[in-house]
Design a protein around this ligand. Structure first.
Ligand SMILES: *Cc1c(COP(=O)(O)O)cnc(C)c1O
Length: 392
């Protein structure tokens, strides 16, 4: 590998860049997690997180990856053999579906097109057919990180209501929370899975779960064995004692700082910045695509994500070879294709603590690699991104 000079550009869709002020907030010795100091911090973080989730309900926090929060979402509200409908969007929906089966639920996969997104009418149709209301939950990944595909959660909520179906709406917002609008209460989402290392601009290590009153009411009957993830146990504790075992206090210092950072920019400001930067990325790709060797993975233009974009190569090209060249030659890290998309796509993460020059730099490294490798491409990609972001 070439000698890496200068700053590495982390352009993967998570973990994302952690701002210096967040790193500094975490750089401190351990404290007593039963102390009044930590109790006050945990309370502050709880209320800050609710604003980010746009909810009035409790957010549960674990020392875990996002997978932990997935498990918490499936273990707390359902019983063995109960049916959950997971909407197919890409690799993440697939893994969530798989986990539901492993936990003893009866998951059904609602087929979906990875390039087009979930059709709310199909969700409605399936739920209408479930006249006995055997389906207890509908799982959606509103921002499918493996492909950069977004789904319209509010429309899916409407579809569930139109079918008159009582299933809980579960959603995995790990790669959209704090980057794209999300309204837990406004959109009627019952169970919300989040993680620390994407839009929240922290290291990996916190799993988050938003729980509506309707979901909470199911927790008592749910019989999936659980201890670490049991929110009934957590609810008996004050906020600072809810993580089973020793609280990861340094993460709370970091989370408090990142929430403050988000509040300073305002949530709307954060979403607008992500939308602008994402549009610059899309303009570049649209130019490059004119060469015929690569294109957007997501065909449905209205469903392209503001936090991650997957670029698909035509047959005969190897996306991994390409992104390793970008890494080795320019010290820019791009995301790879997951599962069946391995070697076919690379992914640009454009979320979190990111500004214009970082986007330009990443795009320029990609364009330079296209040139070096002689891959046919429209030549004005970076120019188009500059032009877009030059407009105030
Ligand atoms: C990153 C991600 C996950 C997994 O999070 P981990 O912390 O790696 O377990 C799950 N779902 C989505 C949509 C993600 O983007």
């Amino acid at each position: 590998m070439a000698l890496a000079r200068g700053r590495q550009f982390l352009a993967i869709p998570g973990p994302t860049n952690v701002p210096l002020r967040v790193l500094q907030a975490m750089d401190r010795p351990p404290i007593d997690f039963t102390s009044p100091e930590f109790a006050a911090l945990a309370e502050e973080v709880q209320h800050g997180l609710r604003k980010v989730f746009k909810t009035e309900h409790d957010i549960f926090i674990w020392a875990s990856t996002g997978h932990g929060a997935w498990e918490a979402a499936l273990a707390n509200f359902f019983s063995a053999g109960e049916e959950v409908l997971i909407c197919e969007t890409g690799s993440f929906s697939e893994w969530w579906f798989e986990m539901a089966g492993l936990l003893g639920l009866k998951p059904e996969y609602l087929p979906g097109d990875w390039k087009q997104g979930i059709d709310p009418a199909k969700v409605e149709e399936r739920l209408r057919a479930d006249t006995e209301h055997k389906i207890k939950g509908v799982g959606v990944v509103p921002n499918e990180t493996s492909t950069g595909l977004t789904n319209d959660l509010a429309a899916i909520r409407k579809a569930i209501d139109a079918a008159g179906h009582p299933a809980l709406l579960l959603c995995d917002t790990i790669s959209s929370l704090g980057s794209m609008d999300f309204q837990m209460d406004g959109w009627g989402v019952d169970v919300v899975v989040g993680g620390s290392q994407k839009g929240l601009m922290l290291h990996t290590g916190l799993g988050l779960l938003g729980v509506s009153a309707k979901a909470l009411a199911r927790a008592d009957e749910a019989d999936v064995p659980r201890r670490y993830w049991d929110i009934r146990r957590s609810l008996q504790m004050p906020y600072h004692m809810r993580n089973p075992g020793t609280a990861p206090a340094h993460f709370f210092y970091g989370l408090k700082e990142s929430i403050t950072f988000i509040e300073e920019e305002t949530l709307d400001g954060v979403f607008a910045r992500h939308a602008r930067l994402a549009e610059a990325v899309r303009r570049a790709i649209a130019e490059w695509a004119k060469g015929g060797a690569l294109n957007f993975f997501v065909e449905n233009e209205a469903r392209r994500s503001n936090s991650v974009t997957a670029v698909e190569f035509a047959d005969g090209y190897n996306a991994d070879e390409f992104r390793f060249a970008v890494r080795d030659d320019f010290n820019v890290m791009l995301g790879g294709g997951l599962m069946k998309l391995g070697g076919k796509v690379f992914r640009i993460g454009h979320l979190g603590d990111l500004n214009e020059p970082m986007v330009w730099g990443t795009l320029a490294a990609i364009e330079a690699t296209l040139k070096r490798k002689g891959i046919p491409h429209g030549s004005g990609g970076v120019d188009a991104a500059i032009t877009h972001l030059a407009e105030a």
